[in-house]
Design a protein around this ligand. Structure first.
Ligand SMILES: [Zn+2]
Length: 435
């Protein structure tokens, strides 16, 4: 196994404190581990010049749609984890809304195994909460937790577990194996025929409205349920200012609630729907500038724990149609770090050590993932990413390694680029190219 000597990278201080301290260090990647500040001979190793680059722990995504099994025309475990590696990720949680649904030990083990065979990211399958995502009976949560895939995150994502009794039972059940229920908060009756954020604009465009209260009502109920049964709740893709406030209150009450925000909800707003271009159609929908502002503030002060991509590939024919008929969702893995730099780091809302917390340490903690989300220190697993924050580039949809092309950032200029990603000491990306 080749060893790599990474020379002169900036390593943000570890921990979640606000110390701006950064050190420049040489890091040796050898036998799947990192070593710091040794007296190494350059001729013994492959040298990577990292001057001006930032070395971060490998990113961990709590919310990825890999589409396999069932929609291999949109994405496969291989292509999805390749896109993840290009974005600096070393671990992804694969959502359960595949075909067949990941609601049994057999399906989660299949996805887990495909991830190992592909070798670009560690894949942690998310188990469905209910059989077939149908919201009627609990899936085999215990069997999925005991399987080789060791499932700890359960979600019906794409659907809301709206039955309060089922949600309560799921929250109670996952306590047995320290699991977490990740809720897609969407009150179904309030969002029938919903197409975009409900507001003056949805009325003018004649598109069905998706009101903020449909998200907030479910979050409020779930926080109360999680507190009542003493379990862990994770809120997927928080999109409104009111949701941020509810989660802030839940945390202040000492309840075990965590939350994520997507890159697109940090950057994009609902006025983009005026183009009627379905590339901007996503669930939950893009919201107002005031919501975006509240999401950034919530991510900065730690109310929102995590940035998760909700990477949702769709083939051309599912997006290249009129708005109402188009599928919900957009790509996110390859651009996540650049969007976070643009919206959070460059404006001074997050330091790079806080980016490591929100995109690596915290998601690994929530997903109970052991080998990822670790500070870069002697002996730690070599799951790391080298990032160049200088310069800006125009995003080209054709350059994506995803099987799909539905990026909302095509033609937009974003900062930074991933230079290299290492998974267990092996490069998955070098010189900005897939290995
Ligand atoms: Zn969702």
């Amino acid at each position: 196994m080749t060893s790599y000597l990474i020379k002169g990278a900036r390593i943000p201080s570890t921990g979640s404190d606000h110390r701006p301290g950064e050190e420049h260090a040489d890091v040796l990647v050898q036998e799947g581990r990192v070593a710091l500040d040794g007296d190494w001979d350059e001729s013994d190793h492959e040298v990577v010049d990292a001057s001006g680059l930032i070395l971060l722990p490998g990113l961990v995504d709590l919310h990825t749609h890999l589409r396999e099994p069932g929609r291999e025309d949109a994405e496969t475990v291989l292509t999805g984890t390749q896109a993840a590696a290009m974005g600096g990720f070393t671990a992804v949680h694969a959502m359960a809304n595949t075909d067949p649904v990941a609601d049994t030990a057999g399906v989660v083990e299949q996805v887990w195994r495909l991830g190992r065979e592909a070798g670009y990211c560690d894949v942690y399958p998310v188990g469905a909460v209910t059989v077939g995502l149908a919201g009627r009976q609990l899936a085999e949560l215990g069997a999925m937790a005991d399987s080789a895939a060791r499932v700890r995150v359960f979600s019906d994502d794409g659907h809301c577990v709206d039955d309060a009794v089922l949600m309560r039972r799921a929250l109670e059940y996952v306590k047995a194996f320290d699991g977490v229920v990740a809720q897609h908060a969407q009150e179904p009756r309030l969002t029938e025929n919903a197409q975009m954020n409900e507001g003056e604009l949805s009325g003018r465009l004649g598109l069905g409205g998706w009101p903020a209260v449909a998200e907030e009502a479910v979050i409020a109920r779930d926080c109360l349920l999680a507190a009542h049964v003493g379990s862990r709740l994770h809120v997927c893709h928080v999109s409104t200012a009111g949701s941020v406030e509810l989660i802030r209150q839940a945390k202040a009450s000492g309840w075990n609630v965590t939350a994520e925000v997507t890159p697109h909800h940090l950057l994009l707003t609902d006025d983009l729907a005026a183009s009627y271009d379905p590339i901007y159609k996503v669930n939950p929908p893009l919201r107002t500038a005031a919501d975006t502002e509240a999401l950034r503030a919530g991510l900065a002060d730690g109310t929102i724990d995590v940035v998760a991509t909700d990477h949702a590939p769709h083939p051309h024919e599912d997006k290249d149609c009129e708005w109402a008929a188009a599928a919900f969702g957009m790509l996110g893995l390859e651009t996540a770090l650049s969007v976070v730099q643009e919206t959070m780091v460059d404006p001074g809302l997050l330091s790079w050590s806080e980016v490591a917390e929100r995109m690596s340490y915290a998601p690994a903690r929530i997903g109970r993932v052991a080998d990822h989300g670790r500070p870069i220190e002697d002996g730690a697993p070599a799951n790391i990413v080298l990032y160049d924050p200088s310069g800006r580039r125009v995003v080209e949809a054709s350059e994506s390694v995803s099987l799909s092309r539905n990026t909302p950032y095509a033609g937009m200029e974003l900062p930074g680029r991933v230079v290299a990603t290492f998974l267990h000491g092996r490069p998955t990306v070098l010189d900005g190219k897939l290995c």
